[in-house]
Design a protein around this ligand. Structure first.
Ligand SMILES: NC(=O)c1ccc[n+]([C@@H]2O[C@H](COP(=O)([O-])OP(=O)(O)OC[C@H]3O[C@@H](n4cnc5c(N)ncnc54)[C@H](O)[C@@H]3O)[C@@H](O)[C@H]2O)c1
Ligand SMILES: O=c1ccn([C@@H]2O[C@H](COP(=O)(O)OP(=O)(O)O[C@H]3O[C@H](CO)[C@H](O)[C@H](O)[C@H]3O)[C@@H](O)[C@H]2O)c(=O)[nH]1
Length: 330
């Protein structure tokens, strides 16, 4: 039976597809290529199409015997969601509704879901535990939390088993340099900083230096994309074996400020990376750091790339080979 990966041509999805293939799984990928890249899908069967298209989805479910779904496809930018909330409700909530109803129509009752640290909002305590209050500060976080809740109610009513993985900040690239992070336009901190080092941009604008943190800039927990990919494989094993629904944080448990990330990138690249301070970006909490104890003890997950310099180094390796993204390899 096959595993259907939605958004498998995206950043985290493409690394997970590779992990699943390496584990011997049969993989089907659906992606509309709005932010993903055909060239990042290294195997499996690829369908270009949109999750909101019920006829297309039905067709894919009719063609294959699907055991479980790993659901990455979404709009996923905090700042953009504040400016365009309806796009987020449509592509996150409505698309997931179409996906889940199609799954259930075809008797597919297992889903591993890309949730996010943005479900917590401003944390009440650090590190954040799965049992902490969820009070999102952006429509992005709201829609992800609403999806988690929809899945839980679907377990109650129809026996849908869901594993929601709340990742913190995904970063890095495959160590062999074959796949990496390419969003057009890019809005994530580490790839932007590396684009400055490559000469693609002149400087990095820091979104706010007046937060109540030691250097005034936001603190995030950066987790390597390979560790996330491996967590999806473990989550799939867990839901296969235990047939239960659950939620897990995925992070390194260490926080780095925006300034510390820039400083580490200077060390890795040897480039001065000029910086300037711009206004705060709406929707950004000051500090997000995970407790991933639950994923470690229940799923047996162990992040392997837990050093920021190594994380940035793998990203730098990929960006040097693909300075303009997937379309033009150097
Ligand atoms: N990048 C992060 O730091 C991070 C952190 C926490 C959670 N997440 C979540 O992880 C998931 C993947 O993130 P990413 O950074 O890889 O994003 P991405 O944009 O690279 O990947 C998303 C993929 O989904 C596809 N897609 C979007 N809407 C679709 C639709 N309606 N039909 C078919 N395909 C569609 C896009 O083309 C893209 O390939 C998202 O759900 C995101 O919310 C990401
Ligand atoms: O040009 C930039 C870009 C980002 N930042 C700052 O760098 C930090 C990281 O920002 P990113 O845009 O790289 O990532 P986010 O924290 O906004 O969000 C990411 O991680 C979240 C979970 O923590 C989400 O799930 C989301 O999908 C994913 O994009 C933030 O404090 C942001 O304000 C800057 O200062 N300048």
């Amino acid at each position: 039976m096959a595993i259907l990966v939605t958004g498998g041509a995206g950043y985290i999805g493409s690394h997970t597809v590779l992990e699943l293939l390496n584990q011997g799984e049969e993989v089907i990928v659906i992606d509309n290529l709005r932010t993903g890249h055909r060239g990042s899908v290294v195997g499996g069967q690829f369908y270009q199409g949109d999750l909101r298209d019920r006829t297309f989805l039905n067709h894919v479910f009719e063609q294959h015997e699907i055991e479980a779904v790993i659901h990455f496809a979404a709009n996923s930018l905090v700042g953009e969601s504040v400016l365009h909330p309806l796009d987020y409700y449509e592509n996150n909530l409505i698309a997931s509704h179409t996906l889940v109803s199609t799954m259930l129509r075809h008797g597919v009752k297992k889903i591993v879901f890309s949730s996010t640290a943005a479900t917590y909002g401003e944390p009440k305590q650090i590190p954040i535990k799965e049992t902490d209050t969820t009070d999102p500060t952006s429509p992005y976080g709201e829609t992800k939390l609403a999806m988690e809740k929809m899945f839980r109610w679907c377990d109650n009513a129809y026996g849908l088993k869901s594993i929601s993985l709340r990742y913190f900040n995904a970063a890095g690239a495959h160590p062999d340099g074959s796949i990496g992070e390419d969003h057009q336009p890019e809005s994530h901190l580490i790839p932007i900083v590396l684009q400055v080092a490559l000469g693609v941009r002149e400087s990095i604008g820091i979104f706010g230096a007046d937060y109540s943190t030691e250097d005034g800039t936001c603190i995030r927990d950066y987790i390597h994309v390979m560790d996330l990919a491996n967590a999806h494989w473990l989550a799939l094993q867990h839901v296969r074996k235990n047939e239960t629904s659950d939620v897990f944080n995925l992070g390194n448990g260490m926080g780095f400020s925006v300034k510390e990330v820039i400083e580490t990138a200077r060390k890795v690249t040897g480039h001065p990376i000029p910086e300037s301070v711009s206004p705060r970006r709406q929707g950004d909490p000051a500090i997000l750091i995970a407790s991933s104890e639950k994923a470690q003890s229940v799923l047996g997950w162990k992040p392997r790339f837990n050093d920021l310099e190594t994380i940035i180094d793998t990203a730098w390796n990929w960006h040097q080979a693909y300075p303009n993204g997937y379309e033009e390899k150097r």
